[in-house]
Design a protein around this ligand. Sequence first.
Ligand SMILES: [Zn+2]
Length: 285
Amino acid sequence: MVTPRLCNAMSVDVEEWFQVQAFAEVIERRQWSALESRVAASTDRVLESFARADVRATFFILGWVAERHPELVLRIAAAGHEVASHGYGHDRVDAIGEAAFRRDIRRAKTILEGITGTPVLGYRAPTFSISAAETPWAHRILREEGHLYSSSIFPIHHDTYGSAETSVVPYWPAPDGVMELPMTILRVHGRNLPCSGGGWFRLMPYWLFRLGLRRVNAVHGREGIFYFHPWEVDPDQPRVVNAGMRAGFRHYVGQRSMARRMERLLGDFAWGRMDALHAATLAAA
Ligand SMILES: [Zn+2]
């Protein structure tokens, strides 16, 4: 008997190479407009890979980027992908507070829907900066602003984000809020290990990651969520030299081989859009 392959969710956080937590200390927001924009070209490469592999994905697009590249948003939608929100200004949710969070997600949703004419259902917080302890109001506000799901919580211990004690399967953190689709972890010897992408994916041997995701699918019977950024497949981006060893390493490690790893990943698993994978639950919401 052939076991049907679980369909995993593929997602892309669309932002510029300089809009990352790793560089937040050294690149000021007011400099953004003056820096070289590379997001359209690198996202187009991602779109080409997805087209070759016949994969449809969810793109969490930053409002700031969408405003400057509406034609890119249209290309993403025209290729059959889900357009979702990464907020407007890439501020950490746990740093800006309730009122600014509401303004930020409303602004992003308005821009994205203005471009595509299609409702935006999904949201991913910058740097996974939502947690029950720090931002208990976030899921309710997302709902009030017309979203249906969030994919913003990483159930791991990490120095800049994560809450290891939260659910590892879809759940509702607040009764009047949106559904949370937490990032994928693998439980090994009582610890939650990340199995979702990011720097870990570029750092560890590909076969080890594949083994992990297969375990999530086959042993735990759960679908996984993978995420990456267009800047991860852009090894020729300008080098930020004063970000510090740790931040620099995290940002640049494995970028040269990332495109090749992605191609393998696309072929080794079944992938789909987040809204399509959870269509029944979202329709009932
Ligand atoms: Zn981001």
